[in-house]
Design a protein around this ligand. Structure first.
Ligand code: GTP
Ligand code: MG
Ligand code: ZN
Length: 355
C-alpha cells in the first residue's frame, strides 16, 4: 500500500511561532524560571520602560501604566505587578545591570539599565574618540555581564576610518568593532546579529555621537529627537534627557540613553581584569603581591615595559582605572559598614528606650 504524503509540504521550513507580547518585551527563560504560571496569573510580569522622578512606566501584556517610583528598580527591570498593592510588586533577579558611581559628591551607585544582552558603546570618528573612555565603558559592560560592541559612527564624515578601527580593535579581542553611518539603512543590517527578537540592546556614549539616530534607524516609525552637534568641539547638546526602553516592531528592545559626561567606575575590578587581561596576568608574576609597578624590585610589568612588550600609556590607563575603582568601591563599602553600625546604634537606643 502506498501512502499519500501530499498533504505534508516537505520543502518549506516550518514558520517559527510568532513571539508573544512578553517575548517582544524581552521576557526570557532566565526570568520565567523565577516564577510560575499561577503567580504570573495573579501578578503579571511587566517591564520598566521609563523612570521618571515621580513614576515608573511599566509595560506588559495588555498593561501600559505608571506606577509609583521605587528606588530598587531601574529601566529594563522586570516586575511581577501586584495590581492591588503596587508597592508589593516584586523585582525579578537581573541578568545584568549597568551601573556607575553617581556624578557629584555623593558616592551613590546609579543604575543605568537592567537586563541588557548587548551594550553598544558608541563613539564617533572625530574628537569624541578616546581610548581611555572606551576602556572604561568596556570594563563596565564586562563586569555587568552584557556583551560590549564598539560602534564607530559618522564613518561617512571621516577620511581615516581605518586608524580609528585599528585603535578600537586593539582594546580587547573580545569586543567586536563596527563602523557605521547611524542614519539610513545601515544600522538595520550591520546590527542585525545582536538585535534579534527577544533581545535587549542599549546605546551608551557621549552626547552627539548618534545614539538616538541609531535607535530611530532600527525602529522604523520611531521619531526620537536628535540634534546636530556643535561644530567647534564635536560635542553634542544633550538632546536626550531620559533613559527609555523602546519596544521595536521586529520584537527586540532598545535602550536609548542620554549622553554621559562622566563615567566613574565602581565595583568593576573583574571587568577591568578582563579588559587588561595581559597586564593583570603579568602582575601576578611580580615579586610583591601589592606591587604598585613603579620601582619595586622583581616587577614583571616593568620588565615587560622595558622589553617593549607593553605600551606605557596603556599601563598608565590601567593603573588609573584600578585606583579609581578601588577608591570608589572602598568608600561605598566603608559607607555601607558605617550605615550598618549606625543602624545597630539606633536599634540599641530604641531597645533601651523601651525598657
Ligand atoms: N553624518 C552622520 N551624522 C550622524 C551620524 N550619527 C549621528 N549623526 C548626526 O549627529 C547628530 C547627533 O545625533 P544624536 O542621535 O542626536 O546623538 P545622541 O547620541 O543621541 O546625543 P544625546 O541625545 O545628546 O546624547 C545628529 O544631527 C545626527 O544626524 C552618522 O553616522 N553620520
Ligand atoms: Mg539622544
Ligand atoms: Zn609590578
Amino acid at each position: 500500500m502506498t501512502r499519500d504524503y501530499s498533504q505534508f509540504s516537505l520543502g518549506e521550513p516550518a514558520e517559527p511561532a510568532p513571539l508573544t507580547v512578553l517575548q517582544k518585551l524581552g521576557w526570557q527563560a532566565f526570568f520565567a524560571q523565577q516564577t510560575d504560571a499561577d503567580t504570573m496569573e495573579k501578578t503579571p510580569p511587566v517591564r520598566v520602560t521609563q523612570v521618571h522622578r515621580s513614576a515608573h512606566q511599566v509595560v506588559g501584556e495588555g498593561i501600559d501604566k505608571l506606577i509609583p517610583p521605587r528606588h530598587d528598580a531601574t529601566v529594563g527591570d522586570w516586575l511581577l505587578l501586584d495590581q492591588d498593592d503596587l508597592a508589593a510588586s516584586v523585582v525579578l533577579e537581573r541578568k545584568s545591570l549597568i551601573k556607575r558611581r553617581a556624578p557629584g559628591r555623593v558616592r551613590a551607585v546609579q543604575m543605568i539599565g537592567a537586563n541588557l544582552d548587548t551594550t553598544f558603546i558608541v563613539t564617533s570618528c572625530n574628537d569624541d574618540f578616546n581610548i581611555a573612555r572606551l576602556e572604561r565603558y568596556i570594563a563596565l559592560a564586562f563586569e555587568d555581564k552584557t556583551d560590549p560592541v564598539i560602534l564607530l559612527t559618522k564613518a561617512d564624515l571621516c577620511d581615516d576610518v581605518e586608524s580609528y578601527v585599528e585603535q578600537a580593535r586593539a582594546i580587547s579581542d573580545m569586543v567586536p568593532v563596527v563602523t557605521i553611518d547611524a542614519r539610513g539603512d545601515e544600522p538595520k543590517s550591520k546590527l542585525a546579529e545582536w538585535c534579534k527578537p527577544g533581545k535587549t540592546v542599549a546605546f551608551l556614549g557621549s552626547s552627539g555621537v548618534g545614539k538616538s539616530t541609531l535607535t530611530n534607524a532600527l525602529g522604523g516609525g520611531l521619531d526620537i529627537d536628535t540634534q546636530a552637534i556643535r561644530e567647534s568641539d564635536a560635542r553634542g547638546r544633550h538632546t536626550t534627557t531620559t533613559r527609555q526602553l523602546h519596544i521595536m516592531e521586529a520584537g527586540f528592545c532598545v535602550l536609548d540613553t542620554p549622553g554621559m559626561r562622566e563615567l566613574q567606575l565602581t565595583d568593576v575590578a573583574s571587568g577591568l581584569s578582563d579588559v587588561f587581561a595581559d597586564l593583570q596576568e603579568l602582575s601576578t608574576q611580580c615579586r610583591f603581591r601589592d606591587c604598585a609597578h613603579e620601582s619595586e624590585p622583581g616587577c614583571a610589568v616593568k620588565t615587560a615595559l622595558e622589553a617593549g612588550d607593553v605600551d606605557a600609556a596603556r599601563i598608565a590607563r590601567w593603573k588609573k582605572l584600578v585606583a579609581e575603582d578601588s577608591f570608589n568601591s572602598e568608600s561605598l563599602s566603608a559607607r555601607k559598614a558605617k550605615d550598618k553600625s549606625l543602624g545597630r546604634v539606633i536599634k540599641q537606643v530604641k531597645k533601651h528606650g523601651k525598657k
